[in-house]
Design a protein around this ligand. Structure first.
Ligand SMILES: [Zn+2]
Length: 1001
């Protein structure tokens, strides 16, 4: 679930779950009892049946879960003594008291002793470190305590119900109970709800929460109403000496501060702070004197009940980020620098955790019981796995602050090290390495630390490893969008986002009222072979006017014409055409009878494509019709003629004027390349060799390019093959080079620059930035002679049949180089000449640098959350890293740089169009007649048609196919929604299948 929808859900039911004191679990019981019943059994069984293997990184976080308390209606908030020998908890288990009482369990004998007096309400217990006393909050000194019990029992017997809400009875005080003398001491004695207390680790102080300030002064009318509505709004954190003296207030902000505990060394206090409206809560820490308040979580949900691991290195807490009444345990590093990591996975309530002092066990409150009510659970805790997931070392330092390679990896390229790097980069903590997002930054820090550990010189900005670049991460509607249509004297404002919407490449700002003309499909195409010239603008004066045009292509044209015209039908191309004709703006509309899923095109930002220089908007079919109704022509008949492929002259639309104000907000973010240089003592003027791999991936699929299935949307796209594999190889090659050089075994003619790029998935942004910056430095329009060559690794972790070398056509040296170096390694290799590749190598190639790109092929997990570290072929990755290292070694020592061969770009033509088939081409299939596919996208047209990986497509839409270019041409002739024939060869047999193309989103 996305954070925004969580917020909406919370706002909708804001106070329904009033997570009060520490004891609000009963609310959750009542809200979710039914659901819990259904899942509790299986959840506790699966938890209990988890392995009993010794806890180690990679195993489950929680194992051997078992229910600890059973008696009574419910129990919760189990907290260990400092030595772990006792557990204090609250439970409703006595017939004459409907409220919680406090109990102490001896963990050696199982004996349970009630420590509260048996009447009144109690909550929030804690054991003093010397185990001689306990504290808890209690109303036992309230003269009406017994009457309130009787009233509650009578109410429950009456059969009436009410929404459960924790009551902040102002007679609660913190009571201390001496276990030897069985005497109580009231430590707070103040009107107001005093609760949530805990002794400091040295036993000398108590931290607690209280709304006493609201009772100690005269309140305004507004405040009185607030106190009536929600007394917890006035709660703040206090600290006092253990005898109740020297009370100091530590927080003073509107909204509920509470749920306080100490850090294991007593230097810090951890608590949760609710938003003023009570809908959200976040975890905070501060120094014991109230200074240094720091927000640890930022989940935008109800995150509460935080407590430290005994090491102090990380924090566990409960949050409903995954659903309003689904509280799960999460953990986060103590400084809150990394992303939180999920611990439990079960619908229902899991909260109020506390670690055993040994750090290897955990108690928490859960309704995973057979009755679906809350009880206390115990389980083994896997500290090593927790640290691995959080990116913490054994001492609690963040992984990125370390030098990961020195301690952990060997100086030669090793399979184990490659695996370690892939697992780190494709871990939960890296969150799919989205450029500009925290996970991407973590990954960049990881690579920088590895470069440093290997001894590379920083080669980024100003003596650093990182090279920052700014990019547009998204576009949204601004504040003052308006489109006014005047039709026959009647002026109307179209409703933004409903009747019209600006396109992401529109010029922003006002557009004065201007006439509107209609230009059919807005196409101009030159004569090309058999295809005649096509011009929607013939004899139409558009200067200074808006042009209304229909999207896409005429519906009824034959496939040959469609292929021809599709190259000119992209919305950007049509807008550029209108601008070239002198139009003031473009209005796109759906042609009559065309059904789109969204009538208005989505506002999506495509990077690497600038604005159009004129206002460009899309309107609904209805809005377009009311404008077209002013034409002196029958539009239905005109549409039929156009759809049949006829050209028709454009029309003026008398009495139609349009004015607009277009406001778009672009979100700018920073991405980072990571650059390290190894000086091999060659002459200073020799062009450097660059070897690189892209570091970024798709995050949770926020950016375009995700192929996640419906049930996978929003999950982390781990990108183990794409491209943790390439980065792992890069790090190992860098380490190998540096070690060889340090040992005196490697000197070279040129420096080697090692580069991990960000922004690749968004459009080669990082490598383009590097190239542009290098051009500036070189003072030239290209990089010929500035770099000797660029070696790329993108998706090299899934070696199956053969390693694919792309870009071999960029220089005459590559085939010989591959032959010689692979003679040592012995990999099966396929070479491909094409130099225009969907990866960073292209940034270098178009700047005049020879390229060689390694690739092990696409697969069904491509760009989905299933591209995980366990699916990689590490032996293959090891061989590829060694082969690339040998090629790089040879290239670093080559006296003359490779020659550069210019190849015409044939592939970028004909890619225009909106047809989507869902096939995954097998790039290793050179020499095959037809188009071999390595797989199909789940649920896509090809999958529905029955195609499968390994098929060779030999016919499509009536055309015979020899290669991928034929295939793309044939695709352009297809129509969305219209069934067509597709012929494949499978196991030597020809299959005639039927397929219905879909719209490319
Ligand atoms: Zn990718």
């Amino acid at each position: 679930m996305k954070p925004s929808s969580v917020r909406r859900a919370l706002a909708a039911g804001a106070l329904a779950l009033s997570l009060s004191a520490c004891a609000a679990i009963t609310d959750a019981d009542q809200e979710t009892a039914g659901a819990a019943n259904a899942t509790a059994q299986s959840a506790s069984q699966s938890a209990a049946s988890q392995s009993v293997a010794p806890a180690q990184a990679g195993g489950p976080l929680i194992a051997n879960a078992r229910q600890l308390t059973f008696e009574g209606l419910r129990a919760g908030e189990g907290y260990f003594s400092a030595d772990g020998s006792q557990l204090i908890f609250q439970s409703e288990r006595e017939a004459d008291n409907p409220f919680y009482q406090m109990y102490l369990m001896d963990r050696a004998t199982g004996d349970v002793r009630r420590v509260s007096p048996g009447y009144g309400k109690t909550t929030c217990g804690w054991i003093r470190p010397d185990k001689k006393r306990v504290l808890f909050a209690s109303t036992q000194d309230d003269p009406d305590a017994r009457k309130k019990m009787a009233d509650e029992i009578a109410f429950r017997k009456s059969g009436q119900t009410r929404r459960y809400a924790w009551d902040y009875d102002p007679t609660y005080d913190i009571q201390e109970f001496d276990l030897a003398t069985a005497r109580y001491v009231n430590l707070t004695h103040t009107l107001g709800y005093d609760a949530e207390g805990a002794y400091s680790p040295d036993g000398k102080r108590i931290v607690f929460a209280s709304n006493r300030a609201a009772y100690g002064r005269v309140l305004s009318e507004k405040e009185k109403a607030q106190l009536e509505l929600d007394p917890s709004w006035f709660m703040d954190v206090y600290v006092m000496n253990a005898d109740g003296s020297n009370v100091r207030r530590l927080t003073d902000v509107p909204g509920y501060d509470g749920g306080t505990f100490w850090s294991p060394d007593g230097s810090k206090i951890i608590w949760r702070r609710f938003s003023e409206d009570g809908a959200r809560a976040e975890v905070y820490t501060m120094n014991a004197d109230g200074t240094g308040q720091r927000k640890i979580t930022a989940m935008g949900a109800m995150s509460w009940a935080p407590i430290f691991h005994p090491s102090g290195d990380y924090i566990i807490y409960s949050t409903n980020i995954l659903g309003f009444d689904n509280f799960e345990l999460y953990m986060i590093d103590a400084a809150g620098k990394r992303a939180p990591v999920r611990v439990t996975d079960r619908k229902g309530f899991d909260g109020l955790p506390m670690f055993h002092p040994d750090g290897k066990h955990i108690a928490w409150t859960s309704n995973a019981t057979s009755k679906g009510v809350s009880q206390i659970f115990l389980a083994d805790w896997n500290d090593a796995e927790a640290r691995r997931l959080l990116g913490l070392d054994a001492k609690g330092a963040l992984l990125a602050d370390l030098a990961p390679q020195k301690a952990t990896t060997s100086a030669t390229i090793s399979e184990a090290d490659l695996r370690r790097h892939v697992e780190a980069l494709a871990s939960d903590a890296m969150e799919g390495r989205l450029t500009g997002a925290p996970g991407g930054e973590r990954a960049a820090s990881y690579v920088a630390a590895a470069f440093k550990a290997s001894g590379l010189q920083p080669a980024g900005d100003a003596g650093a490893y990182l090279q920052a670049f700014e990019f547009t991460a998204g576009v949204s509607l601004g504040k003052n969008n308006a489109l006014t249509a005047t039709i026959g004297g009647a002026k109307s404002d179209l409703k933004t986002d409903v009747d019209w919407r600006p396109l992401s490449f529109s010029r922003i700002g006002p557009a004065a009222p201007a006439d509107v003309v209609f230009a059919g499909y807005g196409l101009t195409a030159p004569k090309d072979g058999d295809n005649g010239e096509y011009d929607s603008y013939a004899h139409l004066d558009v200067a200074g006017k808006w042009v209304l045009v229909w999207r896409d292509l005429p519906n009824g044209i034959d496939s040959k014409t469609r292929i021809h015209l599709s190259r000119f039908s992209d919305l950007r191309y049509k807008a550029a055409t209108a601008r070239a004709k002198g139009a003031a703006g473009v209005i796109f509309a759906p042609a009559p009878g065309i059904k789109y899923e969204d009538e208005l095109p989505k506002l999506t930002y495509e990077s690497a494509s600038g604005a159009s220089g004129l206002p460009v908007v899309a309107v609904s079919g209805k809005a377009a019709q009311s404008m077209l109704a002013r034409a002196n022509t029958d539009i239905g008949k005109l549409a039929a003629r156009l759809d049949a492929g006829e050209m028709a002259a454009g029309l003026s639309l008398p009495g139609v004027k349009v004015a607009a104000n277009i406001s778009l907000t672009y979100e700018r973010r920073n991405g980072h390349n990571v650059l390290g240089r190894l000086d091999l003592n060659g002459p200073a003027e020799a062009p450097s060799l660059v070897i690189g791999a892209h570091l970024d991936h798709l995050g949770r699929g926020e950016a375009s390019g995700s192929l996640a299935r419906g049930d996978e949307r929003g999950k982390i796209h781990y990108g183990a093959d794409d491209n943790a594999s390439g980065v792992a190889a890069l790090l190992e090659i860098a380490e190998y080079f540096a070690a060889e050089h340090a040992a005196g075994r490697l000197t070279g003619v040129r420096d080697v620059v090692f580069a991990a790029w960000e922004g690749e998935e968004l459009g080669l942004l990082g490598s383009s930035h590097f190239v542009e910056a290098a051009k500036k430095t070189a003072g030239k329009a290209d990089l010929a002679g500035a770099f000797s060559a660029y070696l790329n690794m993108d998706m090299v972790g899934r070696l199956k049949d053969a390693l694919i070398f792309q870009g071999v056509g960029s220089s005459s040296v590559w085939t010989r180089e591959i032959e010689q170096r692979n003679a040592v390694i012995g990999l099966p290799v396929t070479t491909i000449s094409d130099t225009y590749l969907p990866t960073d190598a292209t940034s270098f190639y178009i700047a005049g640098v020879p390229i060689l790109a390694a690739f092990t092929g696409s697969h069904e997990e491509y760009h989905s959350p299933r591209d995980t570290a366990d699916r990689l072929n590490y032996k293959g990755l090891y061989d590829i890293a060694r082969l690339m290292a040998l090629i790089a070694r040879s290239q670093a020592q080559a006296a003359t740089p490779p020659d550069y061969i210019k190849v015409e770009n044939t592939q970028s033509q004909g890619r225009v169009g909106n047809v989507y088939l869902g096939t995954i081409p097998d790039y290793a299939s050179e020499g095959v007649k037809g188009v071999k596919i390595s797989g199909v996208v789940q649920g896509g047209p090809a999958a529905k048609a029955g195609l499968q990986g390994g098929d060779v497509i030999v016919g499509l839409g009536g055309a015979a196919l020899e290669n991928i270019y034929d295939y793309m041409q044939a695709m352009n002739g297809l129509k969305v929604g219209q069934e067509t024939g597709i012929i494949v060869e499978r196991d030597g047999k020809r299959l005639n299948l039927k397929m219905t193309p879909a719209v490319r989103e």
